[in-house]
Design a protein around this ligand. Sequence first.
Ligand code: DON
Length: 560
Amino acid sequence: MKNVAISCSLLFLLFFGQANAQTYAENGMVVSDHVIASQVGVDILKKGGNAIDAAIATAFALEVTHPEAGNIGGGGFIVFLKANGEVTTFDFREKAPLAASPTMFLGENGKIKDNSNHKGLLAVGVPGTVAGLYQAHQKYGKLPWADLVKPSVELAENGFMMSWGLYNAAVNVTDQDPSEDIMINYFKGANGEIVKPGETWKQPALAKTLKEIQKHGRDGFYKGWVAQEIEDYMKAKGGIITKADLEKYEAVERKPLKGTFNGYDIYSMPPPSSGGVALIEMMNLMEEANISEIEFNSTAYVHLVAEAMRRAFADRAKHLGDPDFNPDMPVDRLLSKDFAKMRYENIDLTKASISDPSKFGHPYDGSSTTHFSVVDKEGNAISLTYTLENSYGVKMGSDKLGFIFNNEMGDFNPVPGETTTGGQIGTDPNMIAPEKRMLSSMTPVIVAKDGKPYLVIGSPGGRTIINTVFQTVLNVLAYDMRVDRAIEAMKIHHQWLPDRILYERNLLSPDTRDALIKMGHTLTPTTNIGVLMGITFDASKKLYTGAADSSSEDGGARGY
Ligand code: DON
């Protein structure tokens, strides 16, 4: 009986998530939005794979287990700290198709037509995930590619147990809108009903696509029958992505951005993500303000943090876009300590500033990005965030391929020249052009101390990502919080426009809110900001500590 009881509780943990409290490991760890995917990564580490290998296997496993955001139909970024202290990044952000144009989403009245930058196949960017994972493997992987894709093939083919979290999401997205074709049958079993919690959910079409990628690597997605089916499906349903788009797609290895904060090195993504620039700008400003002297969650803390966010988001809107199309972005200046000093001096510590769209954010995005963090026993670390943009992306895809396409084109500035108080941005650097990458807010981060990983972290949340990650890094570095506490602690979000502070309901005292309103801030409550997945390393004990955000339904840390 005892054995039965133990295996039941293990099953419960495996298939229904686990509490967010910290998990420890000495050799390696993966923290992701699904415990099965975390375990897939750890199994690869145990077989002698490095952090890159584990990240690739985890990313494919999330396509199967966390299809809301885990993907092969989207794109993302990897920040990789090597055991020797060197850092590199991989950019596999989606690109605009060759037939895209700056005004492709506008109707005759110059306004966005029928939400077409988010809905329907015109919203799909050329996917980058398979190319990015393959490129990272070619350069730094240890185990054979086929071994890394195998667990996801098996999960799709043999199925895995439907959790309550996934079931609830499935009920929400199934049969909502007939134009969202793949969602109609996606979660249904042979009996035509949505697979119930505790039952096995299989994805045979996805298994076939994954097998092709397992066998042919990058070419299994960007050439051959998968590419042909993508083109055929796009043509049949009003999309513009062709085989030529797929064949031309390349992931790019880029130099990371590096900042410092009180002796720690902070590494994150350069453009086409705006995350690294904004994060380092804000960390510099916090260093200038000596933030650890200001009590966490006090009025002064929220004011200063919100003012830093306002400024970083105005800079983001004004300057940032795909570096291949914007060679003159002032990134070095934005990252300099001098710039932070000047910025700090221009903050009134008693009064809110005003966001002026004529001088210089879209409402913040739905949930379909996912982050995971990986460390191995050599000290390699991976911080990977990838996305479909909205929850379940564009909610369309071919039944023959079994995966969902992104709607990332919505991250471009949709109306040239029009920046609104509601947060729509119309500046040049992020205007649509063929083969251009849309600006992202994804902020995968690795903080290092003496060349060793200190904190590996990231989150989904559209534009809130930058601020969620910023505050969590600050919680660990300036406020000495344990990683799980840092993840759960109260977060705010200000993105310049709209000019308001979003705050997590019930976590900011009424007195503090009143004081902030008196300073001129507008406050808006929200339920939850971010779904963080983090790992810290204690060099003296040689111990990894990992935690998944409690807002993740099935997420969890796994280590060994
Ligand atoms: O790349 C970006 O910034 C957005 N597409 C991310 C969207 C997102 O995080 C939605 N999920 N919560």
